[in-house]
Write a protein that binds this ligand. Structure first.
Ligand code: BGP
Length: 483
């Protein structure tokens, strides 16, 4: 049976500047937190705790490595110089859209300049022009796990309100320059992940937080991001006619491990927390239960009347999210807890997992779509989904049936959700071309339909090769249907 997707369904892929571009010090680019956080594969950042709690000492060490000329391919697959080739491959697969991000530190190297860096602006303009020529609609994330390192050093990133103005200046420069090319914008990638890795998401250095006030300051930083997001949503609508702005959250649909009421209650609380981030951006206000929960923990976010007004008046047009796995909750302290990325949850006995412990749950995607649509009644877009796996090259070919199976099963659930009435207008797989993993900096954790010849240490020819899944995805897009 062939299952058709709606006409004009936006099929494509998603990448992030700091995971593909490389060229970290080219054409005036400043250092960004991403250049520090996961600066070298298989070294310090293998330790989750270090990844999450970045210290000043860690940054100093990373900064020294940054000046190491022997590490030219650092952080990426040199998309900066290969973008035409890569876009051509995406076009060959029939991509209708590509989600990509702009490196803030290419446009404002320290974040504090009054004028943008022309060479940085030009790079993305070239990319968008090429995409236009290939009929690939861009979806642009303004902040995907990075910001200028200077802002992190000086202000401890988003902890300071000052950064809102810097972000608004950066976003305005982007809107003005790219208004003829970009209609779809996302403000912050996985805004909820500030608690999981505050450095990459918000430039927060652990030892610069005030002792005893760590949580308070992280929530304050999050509030500043919410406000910045609302302000730039307003500006985007004003500057770019017909523009559409979305929020972007990590969808972590959570199931109770058992029907025991205590497990169900714990799950309910988890899900309230999960919805908090999109609630603020879609409904324009903080959920009362979350505020009360924070108050009970002694956390008082400072918010002005004016900020609350901006939040209320400038909500998003659509909801986008990443979906890699579902979560399971239990009050039993002995329940089996599996590490997955920087998220630790209870192991669901019904689900298989990837090599990195991420539990694969296609049905969870359908559940997520239904939950989100029922709650918000706004168009949805899946902007990240995929499976990290180790691929093997045999006689110049890459057979990846596991990846095809993963996507096929997720697409079936998307189709069912649409059939049941969910307004899902697009899908971008994560990492349509192999790129550097955010949590591990490994190259060998591959997501792509396109293989890139580069190992964990940055060695390799950077040659691009089509995997079996490349032809499979091309077929899906061509038919706008799955078999
Ligand atoms: C998301 C991030 C992406 C991406 C993805 C896969 O949370 O938005 O940047 O990296 O996870 O994660 P990883 O690269 O750690 O496998």
């Amino acid at each position: 049976m062939s299952r058709k997707f709606p006409d004009n369904f936006m099929w494509g892929g998603a990448i992030a500047a700091n995971q593909v571009e490389g060229a970290w010090n080219v054409d005036g680019k400043g250092l960004s937190v991403a250049d520090m956080a996961t600066y070298k594969p298989n070294v310090d950042n293998q330790d989750y705790a270090k990844h999450v709690n970045i210290t000043s000492e860690f940054i100093d060490k990373a900064r020294k490595d940054t000046s190491d000329k022997d590490y030219p391919k650092r952080r990426g697959i040199d998309f900066y110089h290969h973008y035409k080739e890569d876009l051509a491959l995406f076009a060959e697969m029939g991509f209708k859209t590509l989600r990509l991000s702009i490196a803030w530190s290419r446009i404002f190297p320290t974040g504090e300049e009054s004028e943008p860096n022309e060479l940085g602006l030009q790079f993305y303009e070239n990319v968008f022009k090429e995409m236009k020529r290939l009929n690939i609609e861009p979806i642009v994330t303004l902040s995907h796990y990075e910001m200028p390192l200077t802002l992190s050093n000086k202000y401890n990133g988003w902890v300071s309100r000052t950064v809102i103005d810097d972000f608004v200046r950066f976003s305005t420069a982007c809107f003005n320059r790219y208004k003829d090319y970009v209609k779809y914008w996302l403000t912050f990638n996985e805004i909820d992940s500030i608690h999981r890795h505050p450095f990459t998401t918000a430039g927060i250095v652990n030892d610069k937080l005030t002792p005893g006030k760590e949580k308070q300051e992280i929530y304050q930083a999050l509030h500043h991001q919410f406000v910045a997001s609302a302000i730039v949503t307003k500006l985007c609508h004003e500057i770019i006619q017909g523009s559409q702005v979305g929020c972007m959250i990590t969808k972590l649909t959570t199931y109770p491990l058992t029907p025991k009421p205590e497990d169900v209650e714990a799950t309910l609380k988890k899900n309230l927390e999960n919805y908090f981030y999109s609630d603020v951006q879609v409904f324009g206000e903080y959920p009362k239960l979350i505020l009360s929960q924070l108050e009970r923990q002694g956390i008082h976010i400072q918010m002005t009347e004016e900020e609350l007004k901006v939040l209320k008046e400038h909500t998003v047009d659509f909801i986008s999210f990443s979906y890699y796995m579902s979560m399971t909750e239990s009050v039993d302290p002995d329940a089996d807890r599996t590490p997955g990325n920087t998220i630790v949850g209870v192991k669901n006995p019904y689900l298989p997992a990837t090599e990195w412990g991420w539990q694969i749950d296609p049905k969870g995607l359908k559940i997520s779509l239904i939950e989100l649509y029922d709650r918000y009644k706004k168009p949805l877009m899946i902007v990240e989904n995929g499976m990290g796996a180790k691929d093997v090259v045999e006689d110049g070919q890459i057979h990846d049936p596991y990846r095809i199976k993963y996507f096929q099963e997720h697409f079936e659930q998307m189709w069912e959700a649409i059939e049941e009435g969910v307004d899902l207008f697009g899908y971008t797989s994560w990492g349509p071309i192999d790129l550097v993993s955010a949590s591990t900096s490994q190259m060998s954790k591959r997501y792509g339909f396109i293989y890139v010849d580069q190992d964990d240490e940055g060695n390799g020819s950077l040659e691009r090769m089509r995997k079996d899944s490349f032809y499979w995805y091309k077929g899906v897009i061509e038919n706008n249907a799955i078999d």
